[in-house]
Write a protein that binds this ligand. Structure first.
Ligand SMILES: [Zn+2]
Length: 1022
């Protein structure tokens, strides 16, 4: 242990001295401090060291929470003259409104990613300027701790400074390595190999649109010209933030390559954007809302108030019983955070944005600009239309016309592009993959496409086609079916070439090349690893519509299946074993296990029909796997009651809800009592007496606060009683660090499940997944919100594994660093989800928005009761874009006093069994309809034992009718047991949507939603 601590100090020292330079040099000093700040905690965990509690008597937060909170709060005690006695400075909140609509106006996956990335980086790069002036401790939300954005920005800064100073160049490697280590520690999987994790952190949007930070009341030195400003009033803060925000936007333009040269395709986009006037795009598309609270002023008022209620105030510090010298009092902090939401807003001055209006005659659209910004006469494109992506900007339309049935740009439009770009026709051959013929794009939407082009190598993601194709591709590769598929496809192409009307010379090489664009893994030996998707593959064969190509591919796969059947493919144990492995890999270990279990029970020979039953089952599943998918999954997740928890309205974990499902907020006095009770538990008799004395005083204070503090809600509204506990800086830092860890965990889990995170920030997640892994991924994501492994630790755990260490490090004669480190306590609340299956042809934007609506209006409105006790929210809603049917399932249920996760029982036990039976062809697809036919509607509301028993009996009867295997009874019994474990007959959902039995039933049994889930899942993967 001592050795490890020494090593920790050594490594920190090394990094800090690399950053440090001449003490007079501001930049080096800043870099040294920021490096210490960023690595202090991470290095500790990297070495497998556990954090210790800040106060062993109060196990609520760790030394790190305390130290980082103190570093932040110290910003209140400095001004231009040095240390002050009285807290000063400002608490600032900046948020970007209109983010949701900006993100949802997207057509391609790249549009979504780009919009999310822009928001995340606008937020981060704004606050980065505060960090550069005063250090990373000014940031309070999102947490700067364990924050990959801080590590990435620091390493970029070190790289810049490293141009003159080689020592700093080495620091870059250390920071990169720590980022990688951090991401690895988060990973729930035994080993993570994949993209460079530093790069993953760089391209994944993780910073929310709302940021909060502290600014000391000090001189601010402008980085560029060294000019000095004094931050004295709220207005000064707002003015400064406005400048930072504009600078952040300029950086986004740089990142998108707007100012660079080269690359013909990017040049075309740049020139198109410039058609709107260069100055237009240099204005950000949003006006941020800035709120500022003056600490000095609030402290004075608070002290006046406390004196009025008879509290002694010492040395300018408010609420003496709660504070120590040099620390901000929790009470003051609490008031500051509360006021921050209520204080007036400073907006970035409204800027002339690209807007369009009808012209005087009312028959064409013209942009409205400041005349000094745009020289309309110089523009090549004069006929403006509405942007087809966002509908909010004037746009350049690249009209569509058909040449030999293939969609091309209108010749006159293409000529304009060639003229403004100054490149040749052939250099823009690929432009239609970025801007579709017929698409009309305005400057900000063009910028998103440019950003995507600039970063797409790092993204490693082309389109939703990848999600749809990936599983099938891996399957074909694994079973070595490449040549067979190719031959079948060639045959189909030859047969249908007349009908698809292509004038491309089709030889076998060309066909192989087209297939390699959709099955990139299978054909990876050709050196192509990127999924180019159906459209490009179709174009390669000169087929104008991708649907025609997809149909041909479907025919080829069907023929391949027939061929394999005839060959008695899979009839040997080796292939069967391989299949089991693939099932585990794609659908998760639980389904893999069920596959083997069910299969082992099947007879080999059915003597009556002379059929190989087992082979039939396997082929049924194999057929499902060889199906050409057209669907992918959209996932949105969001923590429940997070706002309340951040503001100190804390539920008692085991008594989160009252019996009628309302969330119970702990009173301050209850919290104080809980803390002292836990302290007394381990105290000796003498200590106990002392503790009780202090407790009495603390309880008195808590009660005074409860009685006398009233909070004014809004400007003219009523006073409200003080609710919840006092939010101390440590508490605040603790929660925001938990959220940061969750964002990292989400990112890793989505990537590991072959998905694409559009946004992962704290409790909020927006991602796309392949169908196969989606249900497993949801279960993993929800579990990770509370606990890691099987154990019910109520801490977020980082895992250090010995085998991840590099060889060179094993020289230190240190114990193998394998440890599970509890870092921060878990959020005492649930997390709801919306999982939506959408078709590749659907508009991704609309489907993502719909998934969000369902999350808000269905999952979050749901509650579950079991034996008279309720849990609110914490529900997943499942839906399908081609059907109105939805299902609701609980993630947790309240059993006795505790709230327990029931993911394993519901999602793996009950649904997993049904899904596997369906995949093996043992379960009729008609099951849900049959269930709703057979079960009288009044039984779906099982409010007494008689009804419950009837529901159970009928349920069993329906399963028996719909399962076909010789050992049906055994299967049905197992299924019934797993449904019983899931409380499927007793737990009821109190959100009744327009389902098959109508709205009239308020309390629907969980079993009802299980049948509805099967209705959604029965044809998956599809
Ligand atoms: Zn637009």
């Amino acid at each position: 242990m001592d050795e490890l601590v020494e090593r920790w100090a050594e490594e920190l020292n090394k990094a800090v001295s690399m950053a440090a330079g001449n003490p007079q040099d501001r930049k080096s000093t800043w870099l040294a401090y920021s490096t210490l700040f960023a690595l202090y905690e991470i290095k500790w965990y990297e070495l497998g060291l556990p954090p210790s509690l800040a106060d062993t008597r109060f196990p609520t937060h760790t030394v790190f929470d305390h130290l980082y909170a103190t570093a932040s709060a110290s910003n209140f005690f400095y001004d231009n003259n040095g240390v002050t006695d009285v807290p000063k400075g400002f608490v600032v909140s900046v948020d970007i409104p209109g983010v949701q609509s900006f993100i949802s106006h997207s057509r391609k996956l790249g549009d979504f990613w780009a919009a999310s990335w822009i928001i995340s980086n606008l937020s981060w790069r704004t606050v980065w300027r505060a960090i550069k002036a005063f250090g990373p401790d000014v940031l309070i939300s999102p947490s700067p701790r364990l924050n990959p954005y801080l590590l990435v920005s620091l390493s970029n800064e070190a790289e810049k400074l490293g141009k003159q100073d080689l020592k700093k160049k080495n620091l870059v490697d250390i920071l990169k390595k720590s980022t990688n280590e951090l991401m690895k520690m988060i990973s729930p999987y035994e080993s993570f190999s994949g993209n460079d994790l530093f790069e993953l952190a760089e391209i994944t949007p993780m910073i929310p649109e709302k940021i909060r930070f502290i600014l000391p009341k000090m001189f601010y030195i402008e980085d560029k010209d060294g000019s000095v400003k004094y931050i004295e009033r709220e207005e000064d803060v707002a003015d400064l933030v406005k400048v930072w925000f504009r600078e952040a936007w300029k950086e986004i333009l740089e990142e998108a390559g707007f100012y660079s040269n080269g690359d013909k395709m990017k040049k075309a986009l740049r020139e198109m954007i410039k058609q709107f006037g260069e100055k237009v795009i240099e204005e950000p598309p949003f006006y941020p809302r800035i709120k500022v609270v003056n600490v000095d002023e609030v402290n004075k008022n608070l002290n006046k108030y406390l004196e009025k209620i008879g509290w002694k105030v010492e040395g300018g510090q408010s609420s003496a019983p709660l504070s120590k010298e040099g620390e901000i009092s929790p009470l003051l902090w609490n008031v500051l955070i509360f006021l921050l939401d209520k204080s007036p807003t400073y907006r970035l001055d409204p800027i002339p944005r690209a807007f369009w209006v009808l012209d005087d005659n009312g028959d064409s659209i013209v942009p409205v600009y400041d005349s000094d910004k745009v020289d309309v006469d110089k523009m090549k494109f004069k006929s403006w239309v509405q942007c087809s992506l966002c509908g909010e900007e004037p746009a350049i339309k690249l009209g569509k016309e058909f040449k030999n049935d293939v969609a091309k740009y209108k010749e006159e439009d293409l000529e304009k592009i060639l003229e403004i770009t100054g490149v040749s026709r052939s250099e823009l051959e690929d432009l239609p993959s970025i801007i579709k013929p017929g698409e009309a794009l305005g400057p900000y939407c063009l910028l998103r496409r440019l950003l995507y082009l600039e970063k797409r190598e790092k993204l490693g993601f082309e389109s939703t086609d990848r999600l749809v194709l990936r599983s099938l591709d891996l399957f074909i590769k694994e079973f070595g079916l490449r040549e067979k598929l190719l031959q079948n496809f060639i045959k189909v192409v030859e047969d249908q070439r007349e009908r698809v009307n292509t004038n491309v010379q089709l030889d076998n090489d060309k066909i192989r090349e087209a297939l390699s664009l959709v099955f990139s893994e299978t054909f990876s030996h050709l050196g192509k690893e990127r999924y180019e998707g159906f459209e490009k593959a179709a174009n390669k064969l000169g087929i104008d519509e991708e649907e025609k190509f997809i149909n041909m591919l479907e025919d080829a796969l069907r023929n391949l299946k027939e061929e394999l059947k005839k060959e008695k493919f899979l009839a040997n144990e080796e292939d069967m074993g391989k299949l089991a492995e693939m099932i585990s890999k794609h659908f998760g270990k639980d389904l893999g296990r069920l596959f083997e279990e069910y299969l082992n029970r099947e007879e080999n020979e059915d003597e009556e029909n002379e059929k190989d039953v087992r082979l039939d089952r396997v082929l049924s599943l194999f057929e499902a796997m060889l199906r050409l998918r057209r669907y992918y999954a959209i996932l949105r997740m969001d923590g429940d009651f997070i706002g309340r928890i951040v503001s100190g309205k804390l539920p008692l974990y085991s008594e989160m809800f009252t019996d009628d499902g309302k969330m119970k907020t702990m009173k301050l006095s209850e919290y104080v009592k809980m803390l002292y009770d836990s302290m007394k538990k381990n105290a000796s008799g003498e200590q106990r007496v002392k503790i009780e004395e202090v407790e009495k005083k603390a309880m008195e204070n808590a009660e005074i606060l409860e009685k006398t503090i009233k909070i004014r809600e809004g400007k003219h509204s009523q006073y409200k009683e003080f609710e919840g506990i006092i939010v101390s800086p440590s508490y605040y830092m603790h929660i925001s660090t938990s959220l940061m860890l969750q964002a990292l965990r989400d990112t890793m889990l989505i990537r590991m499940n072959e998905g694409f995170p559009i946004y992962a920030g704290g409790d909020d997640l927006n991602a796309l997944l392949p169908i196969e892994t989606s249900i497993k991924a949801v279960a993993e994501l929800r579990k990770s919100f509370w606990y890691w492994n099987e154990g019910k630790d109520r801490f977020a755990i980082l895992r250090i594994r010995g085998d991840q260490r590099e060889e060179s490090e094993k020289d230190y004669n240190l114990p193998l660093r394998e440890a599970s480190i509890p870092v921060s306590s878990l959020l005492p609340t649930g997390r709801s989800a919306s999982l939506r299956f959408a078709k590749i042809k659907d508009l991704t934007g609309e489907e993502i928005a719909e998934a969000g609506e369902l999350l808000e209006n269905e999952a979050k409105e749901s509650s579950w009761s079991l034996n008279g006790k309720k849990v609110a929210k914490d529900t997943i809603v499942m839906s399908d874009s081609s059907d109105k049917n939805i299902s609701l399932l609980p993630f947790s249920l309240r059993k006795d006093r505790d709230i327990e996760l029931v993911i394993d029982e519901v999602h793996v036990g009950a649904l997993g069994r049904l899904w596997m039976l369906r995949l093996l062809g043992m379960l009729s697809g008609n099951l849900p309809e049959d269930a709703f036919d057979q079960v009288p509607s009044e039984l779906w509301n099982p409010d007494n034992d008689k009804k419950r028993n009837a529901l159970k009996k009928l349920g069993g009867y329906v399963f028996k009718r719909n399962i076909s295997t010789k050992r049906k009874d055994e299967m049905v019994n197992e299924l019934m047991r797993s449904l019983e474990d899931a409380n499927a007959f007793t737990a009821v959902n109190s959100k009744a949507t327009g389902g098959m039995v109508g709205d009239s039933y308020e309390n629907l049994a969980l079993l009802y939603h299980i049948f509805k889930s099967i209705k959604i899942m029965r044809d998956l993967p599809k």
